[in-house]
Ligand binder design. Structure first.
Ligand SMILES: O=C(CO)[C@H](O)[C@H](O)COP(=O)(O)O
Length: 210
């Protein structure tokens, strides 16, 4: 099981500072959607340049023009790019095709998908690399999490790796690990802690046991 650090509420300098503290305890670093909105794909390039051995995920949440937008993210240095599960199959196909050309990967985010199980099965058949259940910030504010969704997709996803994101903290990590995703994505559960390194160390220890 792998650990991804999601960076959302920082600028490029702040992102570099956080990653410097925890780089050895994470497998993937995510440049979150708010950073890309604020800084553009320069943020992806800056992190890849600063940490060339880390896998960098660009959380573009692509909804259209999958091939083109994946191409631009890959040019900036992204190893994994996110596409929304609610987008059209043709968008996801275009994204997968472009990523494969460059030996890169696509993570489909099922945020706001109503039929989680059905869409996960469809998206799995499109050849994506990861399928992620996700309770976004607005869902979290309503007290939701994606733990049941993870169990639901695990019964239908046959090819892709499974991932979970949204409000995961050290206290809820054991419940997440019990559902056995391939990838756990944590933002505030590390970046919001006073001792970010200690949080990352403990999370890495727990996910590495599986
Ligand atoms: O994509 C996101 C929000 O849309 C976040 O990166 C994701 O939810 C992880 O962050 P957190 O653990 O703080 O919820």
């Amino acid at each position: 099981m792998k650990l991804q650090l999601a960076l959302d509420l920082v600028d490029i300098a702040g992102a570099i500072e956080v990653v410097s503290e925890v780089a050895e305890f994470i497998d993937i670093v995510e440049i979150g959607t708010p950073i890309v909105i604020n800084e553009g794909l320069h943020a992806v390039k800056a992190i890849k340049d600063a940490f060339p051995s880390l896998i960098v995920l660009a959380d573009l949440k692509i909804m259209d023009a999958g091939g083109y937008e994946v191409m631009k993210a890959v040019e900036a240095g992204a190893d994994i790019v996110t596409v929304l599960g609610v987008s059209d199959d043709s968008t996801i196909r275009g994204a997968v095709e472009e990523a494969k050309k460059h030996n890169k990967e696509i993570l489909v985010d099922l945020i706001n998908v109503k039929d989680i199980k059905g869409r996960a099965a469809e998206v799995d058949a499109l050849g994506v690399d990861y399928i992620c259940v996700h309770s976004g910030y607005d869902h979290q504010a309503d007290g939701k999490n994606s733990f049941d969704d993870l169990n639901a997709i695990k019964s239908v996803v046959k090819n892709a790796k499974t991932a979970i994101a949204g409000g995961i903290k050290l206290s809820t990590l054991p419940e997440v690990i019990a559902a056995n995703p391939d990838l756990v994505i944590v933002g505030g559960g590390i970046t919001g802690e006073e001792d970010r390194k200690a949080a990352a160390v403990e999370m890495k220890r727990l996910v590495s046991q599986v």
